[in-house]
Design a protein around this ligand. Structure first.
Ligand code: PGA
Length: 260
């Protein structure tokens, strides 16, 4: 059975303070309260320091809360890391692993992502695994190889019966952030086919249930097109979603586009 829900989420990166995150999550819950969660899921991934209070300011039935990163041990001599137990303690439902900025600015490897994915599932968290090729990899025709390699390595310890707690964000590195280049829906559709094929190889019958999101410069001009991209199950948004009024608008645009 293929994934039937539509997902909209945002990673606020290193931007919002505790007070800003509190009002962001409570406004989002309020603005989207009328939208049935039967076929729609909303998630927010703010900074570590905001999680505890964000959890108190959200309605957990309306909004899932996630962390931007996680260490892969429960405790130990790992200065600067945050463990899965600490994320559980502050009410996280999910953890993001392998965001492009973690891989390319902080030089995380697939070996590290693999341990984090395993650890997230061992602690009952949903794992949002981000994958994507760089511009150079795209230009030499290696995009699909990279996506397959990241999925194979990062998910190598995950059994098919655990696939229900894996979410995938396809985020081409060259499309993300202020210098991001525009992506076409055809390009996304082709990459999503490759990702879906690999997920079915890894998880057999449960592969089609794993939701795949697109992220990278989603905005008010391209959200409708991207929401209609065949094979996609959601949009994962940075800058354009950080204002709750605009995020609510994007959510409604995407949901309307899906129901056409
Ligand atoms: P952006 O960020 O929408 O601001 O390009 C996307 C992301 O990093 O997930």
């Amino acid at each position: 059975m293929a994934c039937k829900k539509w997902y909209m989420g945002t990673n606020t990166k290193m931007y919002k303070t505790i007070a800003e995150t509190n009002s962001f999550v409570s406004d989002l819950c309020q603005y989207t309260e009328d939208l049935s969660r039967d076929a729609f899921e909303l998630f927010v991934i703010p900074s570590y320091t905001t999680l505890d209070q964000a959890n108190r300011h959200r309605n957990p039935d309306l909004l899932k809360l996630g962390a931007q990163n996680m260490g892969w041990e429960e405790k130990g001599q790992y200065t600067g890391e945050i463990s899965p137990l600490m994320l559980q303690e502050v009410g996280c439902d999910l953890v993001m692993v392998g965001h492009s900025e973690r891989r390319h600015v902080f030089l995380e490897t697939d070996e590290m992502e693999r341990k984090k994915v395993r650890c997230a599932l061992d602690h009952g968290l949903i794992c949002l695994l981000c994958i994507g090729e760089t511009e150079q990899e795209k230009n030499v025709g290696k995009a699909d190889d990279i996506l397959i390699q990241q999925l194979s390595e990062d998910l190598s310890e995950i059994k098919p019966e655990e696939a229900g707690r894996i979410w995938i964000a396809y985020e081409p590195v060259w499309a993300i952030g202020v210098n991001g280049k525009p992506v076409t829906c055809d390009y996304v559709e082709e990459r999503v086919k490759v990702i879906r094929h690999k997920l079915s190889e890894l998880f057999h019958d449960l592969g089609p249930d794993v939701p795949i999101f697109y992220g990278g410069s989603v905005n008010n001009n391209n959200a409708i097109d991207l929401a209609q991209c065949p094979g996609l199950n959601g949009l994962f948004i940075g800058r354009s979603a950080w204002n709750a009024v605009n995020f609510n608008q994007l959510i409604r645009m995407a949901l309307a586009a899906r129901s056409v």
